[in-house]
Structure formats: structure tokens, C-alpha cells
Write a protein that binds this ligand. Structure first.
Ligand code: S3P
Length: 444
């Protein structure tokens, strides 16, 4: 266990400036893991530099990929052509649910036994949702607490293609099944009940594996690939992570006179639902799409804080397009006139922390009137006081309260900011560049 790293953010002037966020975490994980099973070399520029993607990279090395990183962070990864090496010990996924769930899909057909495990937070996150479809494909795997929680133990077995309806709009589950489908004979089909990030179906064809993707009436999708299929290494540049930029964009929206631009950021529509919400609440949002990279659109977004924001309800069907931005949305909801209600968001209870409970507890500490419901929150806008908040090893909770500290009435102290490094090691520096007053080190 490393010592906790507290962080204190003092109220200051409205944030202003340009953010160039790190490479997208979801896209980086997928590129590393597909690179691992691909033939030939995969070159990943502007890879996410955080601990979560480092965990995927370390696992890829343990499984036989040969990895070299250049000074600018570019990853050069020579893949295994699908024949992974027995790691000879547990695969450490750290705090990363994406590493564990996606890698499981690649391990189920390998001729050895492997164990996927991680930190305390990861061991509280459900794996039953991937065990069920993988078993239907013929996989042999088990987990703790009645096959509900990691560690996950996988013994390779021959797989067959399935047609599977994912019960929740989870891109991780869909990706896990499609990854397993690469080694199964026949057409593996996955149906998602609602919109979810679509990076996998954009990236697989770039690796030479066609995916048939259909959008369904309810906003969900049906994805199919034919196995066995063998991905071929590629070169790609990862766009900036919208979810990382969202903390600064939220703060700009919540502070009259603030103006923040995120540059080189992914504008994939399955990820940018939060911008639509900011506009509805009265913030000025300007988007400029500049280019596409690896099948993903990239551009610039500027958010300007208006004099007043209106409360806005988030219905269940909006949640998937802003699932990782709900913590940042709280920064905006507390600044709005009236009560903002979030519904249909029970998935937030199984993220790096129980985000509904942790957001409610921390907002209450800071003097905000908030009600926690089984599937959501109701937040009454109002003045934010200073105080000490708890992150529970959750990077997005830490970053939410750090940016909130810039517009609170007193300093906000974060008990332990270590988790920020899982996705955004340069976060504090960026916050300072935009005008944030941040103190690191032990509290007095
Ligand atoms: C991710 C999918 C989402 C998201 C997570 C990353 C991915 O999780 O919250 O941060 O890269 O596929 P779910 O698929 O569980 O919704």
C-alpha cells in the first residue's frame, strides 16, 4: 500500500485556457490488447499515460508481446499472432476494470490457466456479467463470492460462437464477448440494449477484422464478427480523452466568466452526451470537428460559463452517453438554479467506487442538499462550502472534487488523490495552468 496523497484546492479565479487531454483511455486499452493478439507490430501514438493502460501493457508483456516505449510515450508493440504465452503467475490489473474484462475475452481460448486480479477497488467490481456469456461460448472460468467478484481464474477451452443479448448497455461486456469471438468458429453476435461507446467496432476493422454493426430502434446496437479471425498490427494516433477534459469543461460551465477549450479531443458521439447536457443547462458550447483518426472524430470544444445555469434532469436513456461524466455533471448541477435529477444510473454503483453513494456523501459534507436514490441522485443547486472529501480509490471522484474546489467558498481537501494517476497523471499540473490553486502534500 502506498501512503495516501492528500490534495487541497482553494477557491480562485474562474478557470481559463486550453487543455490538451491525454490520449483516450478506452481507445488505448483496446489498441494494446488487440495489438497483443495481432500479427506484426502495432504502434500507438499519444497512448493514455495512466496506470490503468500501463496495467494492460504490463499484462500484454507478460502474455508474450514485446513492448518498447519511445521518449514521447509512443508504444511499439509486437504481437503474438494470437498464441499468447503462459504468464506463469497472476496478471495484475491494478484498478482497471477495462483491463480485466477485456483481457478475459482474449484468455478464454488460450491453452493455459490464468488468474486476473487487482486492487481492493477492482475486487469489488462485478465479473458475473462477463462470466455468463463466456461460459455460453464454452469457456471455463470461475471467480470469488459465487462467481461474482475478482480474482477471475480462466482455463483455456475451445470456444463456439454465440448470439448474446447483453443485459446492460456495457461496452466492456460487448467487447469482451467480441474479443472471445475472435477465437470462436462462426459468427459471434452481441446485442446491446442502449447506446454505449463504440470504439471496439470502429477499431476492429482497422485491425483487419470486419464487424457488422447495426443500430437498433431503441438506440442499442447489434454487432457481429466471424471467427476465427486474426487481427493485423497497425499504426494509430489516439485522440484526447473527452472524459478527462470533462472535469475542466464542467468547471467552466459552472463558473460565470470561465472559458476552457479542450483541444485534440475525441468527439465520438457515443461519448459526448455531456456536452448536450451542458447546452441544455445554459452553458455556451462550441464544437469544431477537425479530423478523424483511426475511425474516431477529433476536434476542439470550448465551454463558456454563463451568468446563470438551469437545473436539468438526466433520464435513464441519456446515462450511457455520459456514464463517466456523471461525477463532473455534479459540479454543474450544484451551480444550477433548482433541483437536477439523475435516474437510471445504478451502473454507477459498480464503478471504481459506488459513485452514487460517494458523490452524495461528499456533496453533503460540502453543504449541498442531495438525495441519493437506488438509481440516482437529486441535487439542489446552492453554495458549496469547504471541507474534506473521500475518494475511495476512484480517480473520477478525486478529479470532481478538485475542480469543485476552484469555485467553493472554502478549500476542498481530498483525502487521497493517488487514484488520479490511473487515467490522468498530468491533471494537477493542468488545473494549475488553467488558474487553479492546488496544494499537494500532507494536511496540517
Ligand atoms: C469502458 C466502458 C464503460 C466505462 C469505462 C470504460 C470501456 O464501462 O464506464 O470507464 O472502455 O469499454 P461499462 O462498459 O461497464 O459501462
Amino acid at each position: 500500500m502506498t501512503a495516501p496523497r492528500p490534495l487541497r484546492v482553494r477557491p480562485g479565479r474562474p478557470l481559463a485556457g486550453v487543455v490538451v487531454p491525454p490520449g483516450d483511455k478506452s481507445i488505448t486499452h483496446r489498441a494494446i490488447l488487440l495489438g497483443l493478439v495481432a500479427r506484426g507490430e502495432t504502434i500507438i501514438e499519444h497512448a493514455n499515460p495512466g496506470d490503468d493502460c500501463a496495467a494492460s501493457l504490463r499484462c500484454a508483456e507478460c502474455l508474450g508481446a514485446s513492448v518498447r516505449r519511445t521518449a514521447d510515450g509512443t508504444i511499439h508493440l509486437v504481437g503474438t499472432g494470437g498464441r499468447l504465452r503462459d504468464p506463469g503467475g497472476p496478471l495484475e490489473c491494478g484498478n482497471s476494470g477495462t483491463t480485466l474484462r477485456l483481457l478475459a475475452g482474449l484468455l478464454v481460448a488460450q491453452p493455459f490457466t490464468s488468474t486476473l486480479r487487482g486492487d481492493e477497488s477492482l475486487h469489488r467490481r462485478p465479473v458475473g456479467r462477463i462470466i455468463e456469456p463466456l461460459r455460453l461460448m464454452g469457456a471455463l472460468l470461475s471467480a470469488e463470492q459465487g462467481d461474482r467478484l475478482p480474482p477471475l481464474v480462466i482455463t483455456g477451452a475451445p470456444l463456439h460462437a454465440i448470439e448474446y443479448r447483453v443485459p446492460m448497455a456495457s461496452a466492456q461486456v460487448a467487447t469482451c464477448v467480441l474479443f472471445a469471438g475472435l477465437a470462436a468458429s462462426g459468427v459471434t453476435t452481441v446485442e446491446l440494449p442502449g447506446p454505449a461507446r463504440d470504439h471496439t467496432q470502429r477499431m476492429l476493422p482497422a485491425f483487419g477484422v470486419p464487424v457488422e454493426a447495426k443500430t437498433l430502434a431503441h438506440g442499442g446496437s447489434r454487432l457481429a464478427l466471424t471467427g476465427p479471425a486474426s487481427p493485423l498490427g497497425l499504426s494509430l494516433r489516439v485522440p484526447g480523452d473527452f472524459s478527462a477534459a470533462a472535469f475542466f469543461l464542467a468547471t467552466a460551465a459552472a463558473t460565470p466568466g470561465a472559458r476552457v477549450t479542450a483541444s485534440g479531443v475525441s468527439l465520438n458521439p457515443t461519448r459526448t452526451g455531456f456536452l448536450d447536457v451542458l447546452e441544455r443547462m445554459g452553458a455556451r458550447v462550441e464544437r469544431r470537428e477537425d479530423a478523424t483518426a483511426g475511425g474516431e472524430s477529433v476536434g476542439e470544444v470550448t465551454v463558456t460559463g454563463p451568468d446563470a445555469l438551469e437545473a436539468c434532469d438526466i433520464p435513464a436513456d441519456w446515462v450511457p452517453r455520459m456514464i463517466d461524466e456523471i461525477p463532473a455533471w455534479c459540479v454543474v448541477a450544484v451551480a444550477a438554479r433548482g433541483i437536477s435529477r439523475l435516474t437510471g444510473a445504478s451502473e454507477l454503483r459498480v464503478k471504481e467506487s459506488d459513485r452514487l453513494a460517494v458523490l452524495a456523501a461528499n456533496l453533503t459534507t460540502l453543504g449541498i442538499a442531495v438525495t441519493e436514490t437506488p438509481e440516482g441522485l437529486a441535487i439542489q443547486g446552492g453554495p458549496v462550502g469547504g471541507g474534506r472529501v473521500m475518494t475511495h480509490l476512484d480517480h473520477r471522484i478525486a478529479m470532481t472534487f478538485a475542480v469543485l474546489g476552484t469555485r467553493a467558498r472554502g478549500p476542498i481537501e481530498i483525502d487521497d488523490a493517488t487514484a488520479i494517476a490511473t487515467s490522468y497523471p498530468g491533471f494537477v499540473e493542468t488545473l494549475r495552468t488553467l488558474g487553479g490553486v492546488v496544494e499537494t502534500g500532507e494536511s496540517g
